[in-house]
Design a protein around this ligand. Structure first.
Ligand code: ZN
Length: 307
């Protein structure tokens, strides 16, 4: 395979599993992550450092991280909603921690019960903690949620998003990405905002985290690619991502995203056949849970060869 030109960051074991009712047994999680690694994914968000009473699905996160750290060359990511979670993530040895910071003032209060400015201070505290305890170790990534619109507040001013991204970078975030948490983005908006983000942050401009709630997930990823974004979050089987529209997936489906880019000649490093095979351990661990994906349903086109 040709060296990958883009990075697909698999968020299913975190974003996916935290959005479903059932709890996937640890052994199944590990088998699923093994299959994701075997498919060639190089960055995987394996869980969330949150109290088990809030999210029992993530009670085993430290064990899952320990397992994931045994793979050579894999960036092991985890989400932490606050300093305490980031402290646990650092102790567990994750390579990269993601802190969710809401671009929408209303979503911030509802989701983390903090103002946006208070969350920026949380980012600063996490970066300081890392620098004090293990400088040069865990990267601190901010995912700016509701960056393209908010189901509570409606429109989120683009100036707010860029202002907040600048504050997070200044507070010590190594990367700041944009998330379409409620699936409201469109390609023109994605182009505008990522262009501004890259102008504002340079190399600290991070991933596109797109949802497919209204069917625009792939179009939005392509729009982000066109303006220079090279890291894309996606979830196997489109698991999770709080879908609002019945029958629509939440997160962009990893299989469809890999198919699109590979078909265009943009290499991902991910073997599509093995990726589709990774659906089996996912479904074994979450029986009855719907999985999405047009490519797995239709199958690969006749004569498909992955370069
Ligand atoms: Zn998501």
């Amino acid at each position: 395979m040709t060296p990958p030109q883009i990075l697909i960051s698999e968020v299913g074991p975190r974003d996916g599993l935290q959005s479903v009712q059932a709890t996937m047994p640890t052994a199944d999680k590990l088998r699923w992550i093994d299959a994701l690694v075997a498919a060639g994914l190089r960055e995987i968000e394996v869980g969330s450092f949150v109290p088990a009473r809030l999210l029992p699905q993530m009670a085993d996160v430290a064990e899952v991280v320990r397992h994931a750290l045994t793979y050579p060359g894999i960036t092991v990511m985890a989400l932490a909603p606050n300093l305490r979670g980031a402290e646990a993530a650092l102790a567990a040895g994750v390579h990269k921690v993601t802190l969710p910071v809401s671009a929408s003032a209303a979503h911030s209060l509802a989701n983390v019960r903090k103002t946006r400015e208070a969350m920026v201070e949380e980012v600063r505290a996490v970066a300081r903690l890392r620098d004090a305890q293990a400088p040069g170790s865990m990267l601190v990534e901010v995912g700016l949620s509701t960056a393209f619109g908010c189901s509570l507040q409606g429109e989120v001013p683009e100036d707010d998003v860029i202002w907040l991204a600048g504050l997070c970078a200044e507070a010590g975030a190594d990367e700041v990405g944009l998330s379409d948490t409620s699936g409201m983005a469109n390609p023109a908006q994605v182009r505008r905002l990522f262009t501004r983000l890259r102008a504002e942050l340079g190399a600290k401009a991070g991933a596109a985290h797109m949802h497919n709630t209204r069917g625009l997930g792939l179009a939005n990823c392509l729009a982000a690619y066109d303006v220079g974004v090279r890291t894309f979050d996606a979830s196997l089987g489109g698991l999770g991502g709080c879908p609002y529209a019945p029958g629509a997936s939440g997160n962009v489906v990893t299989e469809d995203l890999v198919f699109m880019f590979e078909a265009m000649g943009i290499t991902t490093g991910v073997d599509l056949k093995r990726l589709m095979a990774a659906r089996a351990p996912l479904q074994a661990g979450l029986p009855g849970e719907p999985v999405y994906g047009m490519t797995p349903e239709a199958g690969l086109p006749k004569g498909w060869v992955q370069r």
